[in-house]
Design a protein around this ligand. Sequence first.
Ligand code: HEM
Length: 213
Amino acid sequence: MTEFAARIRRATMAEHREAETRSFISRLMAGEVPYDGYAALTAQYLYIYRELESAAARMRTDEVAAGFADPLLDRVPSLEADVEFLDAAGVRPLDATRRYVERLREQCHHSAVHFIAHHYVRYLGDLSGGLMVGRKVAQTYGLGPGGIAFYSFLDIPDAKAYKSAYRTRLDALPSVFAPAELDVLVAESQLAFKLNAALFVEMGTHHSSPAAA
Ligand code: HEM
């Protein structure tokens, strides 16, 4: 049985809808987050992607995970440039960011199923809604290209084709992982969404005034 890409999408659909409609991200999409809130979010992402991409570097020696850990996706150089541009280098990690980074550090350096779960939630999201978020923040804050490098995948000009190939790799997982491992992967991707949601909630408590105020 394959169609694993459809299974993981279905299993995280409710969490996805919540991220889209009820969070800090939806206010970002409405142009209601102050500039310093956007800068602070970018700084949080840098902490998270440093850990995720440090795990990716290790996972390139894993036969299955290596297919996902494509260096063309790497966001750390873009995030470093954005954080500098946005003058956010001094922003400390929030508690939710620390918890997210800790989970990545504990689970994703040695376990391909955990790594792929976290990889899927961030990068497939970045290549989907992330592109829309990038266009919106460019418009809200008058940024570009400085400050929004995170949202542009210059090495991946055809996001649709890339995502399609990615889903083909997801569909191949049932031939290499046992059913119990696939269950862990699905559960971890749900947890990854929750860790993102917790970050948006905490961001919202720190940056709640409208951008236009
Ligand atoms: C305003 C916020 C968001 C919008 C408008 C949005 C929009 C979308 C859209 C339209 C797709 C479908 C793309 C396609 O089928 O090719 C998608 C997929 C996805 N998004 Fe989002 N998204 C948002 C936030 C998020 C967040 C916060 C995350 C996770 C941190 C996320 C993770 C994902 C993932 C993993 C997929 C791939 C689903 C799959 O096909 O398996 N998204 N998003």
